[in-house]
Design a protein around this ligand. Structure first.
Ligand code: PAF
Length: 279
């Protein structure tokens, strides 16, 4: 596995892949990898001949400087994991190369970035699209893999890719779950054993919503809110039921796929889960 710290080194290697007639998939990360990232790599490997991963803790998507400073980093461990997963090339660019001095160009999906999670994290998705557009341009891949766990991010990146005409297929990678249904997250280790057991209510509530025979936004909402409400360790922080592709508000009987996005707190640990539900 080759490790590049400049965009020009990365481009030289990607050019060599292309000269050999190989396709390239990109897996952008902010490092401190977990199984969810390895699922992105596996999906990328299944689609393309070569996989390029990036490790870049993107300053523009953090609200508070303190969050950026305290973001966990372990490059040596990340590189071991990426190599074991079969990644061909890792780009670890400097902040100054991603955002050159005097940089003033932002990329923003003006509506989708500022609804739902974007309402409580102003500027976050603008930072994500601004960096992902740059990474697309640096690597120029055929495919790029993103997780469905960050559902709003995934839809925003699909929209940006379409709007800007990037010739890149976005691979949507399903949430990786523990055997008992809990969505994998680096936050799960912070749950007490009691909260870990209680957190199964998230996937059970999604199962129950999916099983409703004649779905309306109200019946989906009530089913989930009731189940979470009955779990005394859980506090429902957010529950949105929106059009799966556009993230628009919907109401009444379900006539097209809808995304259920929820955030639930257990003893100070906020867990996210989501599912796309068919009518
Ligand atoms: O999902 C992430 O880890 C980040 O938002 C991404 C896509 C790597 C952009 O910094």
């Amino acid at each position: 596995m080759q490790v590049c710290r400049t965009v020009s080194d990365c481009r030289n290697t990607v050019r060599a892949f292309r000269r050999a007639g190989e396709t390239v998939a990109l897996v952008p990360t902010m490092g401190f990898l977990h199984d969810g990232h390895l699922a992105l790599v596996a999906a990328a490997k299944a689609r393309a001949d070569r996989v390029v991963a990036t490790i870049f803790v993107n300053p523009t998507q953090f609200g508070e400087a303190a969050d950026l400073d305290s973001y966990p980093r372990d490059e040596a461990r990340d590189l071991r994991m990426l190599e074991a997963a079969g990644v061909d090339l890792v780009l670890i660019p400097e902040v100054e190369e991603v955002y050159p001095k005097g940089d003033e160009t932002i990329v923003e999906t003006t509506r989708m970035a500022n609804i739902l999670h974007g309402e409580v994290r102003p500027g976050h998705f603008r930072g994500v699209t601004s960096v992902v557009a740059r990474l697309f341009n640096f690597v120029q891949p055929d495919f790029a893999a993103f997780g469905e766990k960050d559902y709003q991010q995934l839809q925003i990146i699909k929209r940006m890719t379409r709007d800007l005409g990037f010739p890149i297929d976005i691979i949507s990678v399903p949430i990786v779950r523990e055997a008992d249904g809990l969505a994998m997250s680096s936050r799960n280790v912070r749950l007490t054993p009691e909260d870990r057991a209680a957190a199964l209510v998230l996937s059970r509530a999604l199962d129950a919503a999916e099983a409703i025979p004649e779905k309306t936004t109200q019946s989906l909402y009530d089913t989930i809110a009731d189940m979470i409400g009955q779990e005394h360790r859980a506090t429902l922080r957010g529950l949105d039921i929106v059009a799966a592709e556009t993230l628009d508000d919907i109401s009444g009987p379900l006539i097209a796929p809808a995304a259920i996005m929820m955030s639930v707190e257990f003893g100070g640990v906020l867990l996210l889960d989501q599912r796309v539900i068919q009518p």
